[in-house]
Design a protein around this ligand. Sequence first.
Ligand SMILES: [Zn+2]
Length: 426
Amino acid sequence: MKKTTGSLPSLFSAAFLFLVLVLLILAPFSQAQSTESGISPKVRAIHDSAIVVDTHADTPQRFLDEGFDIGSTDPHDTGHISLDKAKAGNLGAEFFSIWVDPDTNQGHFARHTFDLIDSVYEQAARHPDRMMMAFSVADIERAHREHKLAALMGIEGGHSIENDMHLLRDYYRLGVRYMTLSWSNTNEFADSSGDIDDPKVQHHNGLTDFGKQVVLEMNRLGMMVDISHVSDKTFWDAIATTKAPVIASHSSARALTNHPRNMTDDMLRAVSKNGGVVDVNFFSAFDDEDFRKAVEAQKKDVDAAVKAKQEKLKAEGKTPTYLDTDGIEREWMAKIPRPPLKALIDHIDHIAKVAGVDHVGLGSDFDGVSGATPQGIDSAADLPKITQALLERGYSAEDIHKILGGNLLRVFGEVEKVSREMRAGN
Ligand SMILES: [Zn+2]
């Protein structure tokens, strides 16, 4: 800033006049556009001046299994993320989820992890003018300046490291910047909320000693510790162990929707104290109690339909993929009425009130919820509607910017700082 102060004032005012002229010329057009989408110019201005960061999308399953190209312009594609959709919603950075299905990848978790990581790099390589790999806060800011989507990666499920610290470090070197300590399956070092009541699963009462070493090594590397999906005890063990702020990459509030994947108010306050951020999941079953109950009620039927399909594929000599399952789950999800957008906003609001506005963000779970998002949220292009709803609830532009991505960038920066300190101390 100091470098430019006082230099070329006439050029500056000429540029300003030019900008005003351009805005005046464009005003009627943007007005027409905003009426169409229901987004006012004021909302658009607040939204478009933010660095919007989403911490969880399952699109890599599509890259790998479906050969989906993120540059797709297919108007009939029901996916949540494409470069066009990201641009329309001013999505600045996406953490692509590296999720290895533990059932269908027995014996080669690491190989499938590498395949998914590769699929993200390949997309960025195909679209260098609109997308770039990003590994740091500075990279996200650079992508924003260059009007490109910053592509980051988070591993969803500690089973990917195969109990091997060397693999964890290799994933960091390849660019992975968060890891969810467990997915829905309890692994050998962390209990999951997904099977905590299943007596057939061997549990550890939270994190094992090795699990705690994993957390500390993630701190040292500069990989964010993600506590979405973990059991309550694993959460408390992670909080007690970590030297850096944690994230919940895609979790909502249990006080509003009583799902074990969501966080209790005590947990929200603990994340606040820890300096971390809880990124709200857009999945209707995590954001709306009626939807959650309806999903629970049809679970047996859906599981049976999925199992039948998987067995049919196996009999044909094929390996069932996430997309095979997703197709069936989409049909069933579509039977349940979608909750209003208010459901999602209520969760953001609740977390902002309990943990503080500095500790809430967005973790859409796009392309991972079988199409079950609230009304109005059909893809990343609809993100400005969240800004509109928050503004209507009285949130300031400054607070909205924190929620849209500022909080995550702060936490990511803190995690980078702790890493530098721990590495220097070695
Ligand atoms: Zn998940």
